[in-house]
Design a protein around this ligand. Structure first.
Ligand SMILES: *Cc1c(COP(=O)(O)O)cnc(C)c1O
Length: 479
């Protein structure tokens, strides 16, 4: 007799299912263990893309077939950020521990919106650890979100409600006496402007302050902009500093920003998407001085923290202001003193999400398994590799460094007439070669090959392979 309902979606034959599951696990362990033997990336053949244009299936397919399709049609054509040769954009590499932890989380299928359950306590443990890491008070709150784009948006919403009072949640921002304005560096991530847009305040209310030769926000220009806006009858409310810019890895002078925010009574938010977890590295932490004075910090465990996607996080100094921006009393989410509906406040009180996955578990496993020392060493190592790459570039007359190397990002190019075009072609050649995957950006108007070294697997040999390939491709392209 079957030990489950006829209509259940569970397997009929658990023994066969178990064997098949173990094969799937083994395949993924093989993938990670032997990742170096693969190209970093390869183009998707048209026939494979077309196979994903089939009609909605009405009947089922057996798991073994689906697994084979995954192995042949999906796995080989991913972005490649698990690979040590991946240096594009700012992507973390993940770990085998995070991978199996994610499987445990999937098995539990926990909904972390709230309620009296241990998974929520795991998330609270991470909140306490992050308070400790950033020297925030016990009254600080934190919540997992998809990524820093979402966390930055939420910080604008918390600061807006803190500035205007909770009444704005009903009245909206349509009839404000004076318009709210915010400030960030010209090199800030695009999601800061998007956060202003999505919050209803409008991206035009974001002042993009110029940067200096170290790519840090010009603090005098910031003060002048605030003064000019006050003069014009506007209401300055928010500064978004950056700890690790996407283009070159610059960290704003966070203490100077904290002084200005304090003197001007503005909310200081730090976009520390990848840089903030540099707090775990002896080498990077001193550069983040002042981050402990912020009102809120957004960051991603899925970048330098090497946790599997996605694992963004928002930390807010004043937990009550955080909650006042989002909490909403509704009957079906009533809190009780005991039973499963106890344990208020819940994570859903700190953001727009009600149903939420167990992102905290893969993060808890990663931090527990390695400790902050080891994770910090891998962060330092990526910075050492970036300096090594910069040294090699300086030694080679065909190459040119385009920005100072402050952390783990190196912007450079092959010297040539029509350099923008040639370097863009070199990067596409590199992608298609499967040897290394940097990305491009524009630094002071010039197209740069941008190597963002984030993956803990990347070593000196991968930097050498990148250099060697850039030189060969540059030579071939630049005639
Ligand atoms: C990656 C990044 C973001 C966006 O974070 P997501 O997790 O991709 O949403 C924002 N700011 C900076 C500085 C980043 O590096």
């Amino acid at each position: 007799m079957k030990n489950h309902s006829e209509d259940s979606l569970d397997p009929d034959d658990w023994t066969a299912f178990r064997a098949q599951s173990h094969r799937m696990l083994d395949d993924m362990l093989d993938y990670v263990e032997h990742i170096r033997q693969r190209p970093v990336w390869q183009p998707i053949p048209d026939v494979i893309r077309q196979r994903f244009d089939e009609a909605l299936p009405q009947t089922g397919t057996d798991l073994t077939t689906l697994h084979q399709r995954f192995m042949h049609e999906i796995l080989p054509y991913a972005v490649g950020n698990v690979h040590p040769g991946f240096m594009g954009w700012v992507h973390g590499g993940g770990t085998p521990i995070g991978m199996v932890a994610d499987m445990l989380a999937a098995g539990l299928n926990a909904n972390l919106g709230g309620r009296n359950q241990m998974p929520v306590e795991v998330e609270r443990q991470i909140v306490r650890w992050m308070r400790e890491l950033f020297q925030f008070p016990d009254s600080a709150s934190g919540v997992f979100v998809t990524g820093t784009s979402m966390a930055n948006l939420m910080s604008v919403l918390v600061a807006k409600t803190a500035t205007l009072g909770t009444g704005v949640r009903q009245s909206g921002v349509q009839n404000l006496d004076s318009k709210l304005v915010a400030y960030t560096s010209a090199e800030a991530h695009g999601c800061i402007a998007q956060a202003m847009d999505l919050s209803g305040l409008g991206s035009a209310a974001l002042r993009r302050i110029p940067t200096d030769d170290q790519h840090q926000m010009h603090t005098e220009a910031l003060q002048a902009a605030i003064a000019a806006d006050r003069e014009a009858g506007l209401h300055p409310f928010f500064i978004a500093g950056t700890a690790g810019t996407v283009d070159v890895g610059a960290i704003d002078d966070l203490n100077a920003l904290a002084d200005i925010a304090r003197d001007q009574s503005l909310w200081l938010h730090i976009d520390g998407a990848y840089g903030a977890l540099g707090m775990m590295s002896d080498e990077v932490a001193p550069k983040l001085a002042g981050i402990e004075r912020a009102d809120s910090i957004a960051f991603d465990f899925h970048k330098w923290g090497q946790v599997q996607y996605d694992a963004g996080f928002l930390l807010v100094r004043d937990g009550s202001l955080h909650m006042q921006a989002f909490a909403a009393p509704v009957a079906y989410l009533r809190r009780e003193a005991r039973g499963l509906a106890a344990g208020s406040p819940w994570p859903c009180d700190f953001g727009p999400d009600l149903s939420r996955g167990f992102r905290a578990l893969k993060t808890w496993f990663t931090i527990q398994a390695f400790g902050t020392e080891k994770l910090g060493e891998t962060i330092s190592h990526t910075c050492h590799l970036a300096r090594y790459l910069a040294q090699q570039i300086a030694l080679h007359p065909a190459l040119e460094l385009l920005a100072p190397v402050n952390l783990n990002i190196v912007c450079f190019r092959y010297r040539c007439d029509d350099a923008d075009h040639v370097n863009r072609e070199i990067v596409a050649d590199l992608h298609e070669s499967g040897i290394a995957v940097p990305s491009t950006t524009t630094v002071k108007g010039q197209l740069a090959i941008r190597a963002a070294i984030v993956n803990h697997r990347t070593g000196k040999q991968d930097i050498d392979a990148l250099l060697c390939a850039v030189l060969a491709m540059g030579k071939a392209r630049c005639t």
